[in-house]
Write a protein that binds this ligand. Structure first.
Ligand code: PEP
Length: 251
């Protein structure tokens, strides 16, 4: 029963945040207990802040995650970070396949799948992002694109515990634009159908997050949509008040 899935509000800080901004994370931790009845909270800061944030979050009602990982465990990959290094620093989930990684670094669905498996190898949940571009939407290809991304990016061993899908229309990320609630319902319903047909009961219980310009003013409407089990939040996750208000908007 998808209605019983506990929502997750995940913040993706992207390439934002210095040690000096830790107070914002402290404010999130201070407010986390108030929203714990509504949703789980996860903050994914830049890798440089994971260890310090994880230390602060110990015993609190928010967890710390990472934004990407390399598929391999170690080796000659200058500048890359293995999933095991991220979990060693305190990450409890890893976002993979964000559209900015797919666009900036040419990441393929196959690589995204390997990264999801790397997250599992390190013992944590993978948050796999999918979403269509504006051009694909205009060409009426949204469902076909999502089907392809899900088929290729999700490993066969995906379960409700080890994998979360984040549907993020690329045209909605950082633009202030969002699909209508009706469109979100149709697309999340389509994703749910694919997950259930491939992963059976596990697919029926997997979280499907919506991401793309979620903010306090639209969170309640979007989070109330059937098969929306939380949000992946970019810009609005940088401010504790906004991030907590989004969680408060969960039904
Ligand atoms: C994101 O990039 O994951 C995202 C959802 O960004 P924003 O909320 O800023 O649109």
């Amino acid at each position: 029963m998808t209605d019983a899935i506990r929502p997750l509000i995940a913040g993706n800080w992207k390439m934002n945040g210095l040690k000096a901004q830790a107070a914002e994370f402290d404010a999130m931790l201070n407010g986390a207990a108030d929203v714990a009845g509504k949703a789980d909270l996860l903050v994914c800061p830049p890798a440089t802040l994971i260890a310090a944030f994880a230390e602060k979050a110990r015993g609190k009602k928010a967890a710390v995650g990472a934004q990407d990982c390399h598929p391999k465990v170690s080796g000659a990959h200058t500048g890359d970070i293995a999933a095991e290094m991220l979990t060693d620093a305190g990450a409890t989930a890893i976002i993979v396949g964000h559209s900015e990684r797919r666009a900036d670094h040419g990441e393929s669905d196959i690589l995204v799948k390997q990264k999801a498996e790397a997250a599992w190898r390190a013992g944590v949940t993978a948050i796999v992002c999918i979403g269509e571009t504006q051009a694909q939407r205009d060409a009426g290809q949204t469902l076909e694109i999502l089907r392809g991304q899900l088929n290729l990016s999700l490993p066969d061993a995906s379960t409700a515990a080890n994998l979360i899908v984040a549907y993020e229309p690329v045209w909605a990320i950082g633009t202030g634009l969002t699909p209508t609630a009706k469109d979100v319902e149709q697309i999340h319903g389509f994703i749910r159908e694919l997950l259930t047909s491939r992963f059976k009961d596990e697919g029926a219980r997997m979280r499907i997050l919506y991401g793309g310009s979620v903010k306090p003013s639209n969170a309640a409407e979007l989070m109330a949509v059937k098969n929306v089990n939380g949000a992946l939040v970019g810009g609005a996750s940088l401010k504790a008040a906004d991030f907590l208000a989004i969680a408060k908007g969960c039904p």
